[in-house]
Design a protein around this ligand. Structure first.
Ligand code: MN
Length: 133
């Protein structure tokens, strides 16, 4: 019994390890991409339940990755979370109006990260907790 699949798109190895460890500890399976190109390919092939998308990537900008996913009818409605060090006044609104479902500023608060992921994707931990009630 495993939780849902989360695609993590992040080119920074240390952040990737943090996200992977936190998600795995909560019962999620992760797919990983380091570039926008890989992200688009994995989204098409696996249709994960939620995408955590670093906005600053080495190839395609995260906003461009979002647009590509949104223009494909098979993936248009996937929940996509922007993760970015751009955390100035107005950035949250800017990313949400660009079409992201959620916005998480870096450095990422791991509890906030899990709260957001849980909204779209139940984990093993949630199922265990419900069974114990
Ligand atoms: Mn980056």
């Amino acid at each position: 019994m495993v939780g849902g699949q989360v695609l993590v798109v992040e080119d920074n190895e240390r952040n990737m390890k943090l996200f992977r460890d936190v998600l795995a500890a909560s019962g999620y399976r992760t797919l990983e991409a380091k570039t926008g190109g890989e992200a688009v390919e994995l989204v098409r092939r696996h249709r994960p339940q939620v995408v955590l998308l670093d906005v600053q990537l080495p190839d395609i900008d995260g906003v461009e990755v979002l647009r590509t996913i949104r223009t494909d009818a098979r993936t248009a409605f996937l929940p996509i979370v922007a993760i970015t060090a751009q955390a100035m006044d107005g950035d949250r609104e800017r990313f949400l109006s660009a079409g992201f479902d959620e916005y998480l500023p870096k450095p990422v608060d791991v509890r906030e990260l899990l709260d957001v992921v849980r909204r779209y994707c139940p984990s093993v931990g949630d199922r265990v907790a419900r069974t114990a009630d």
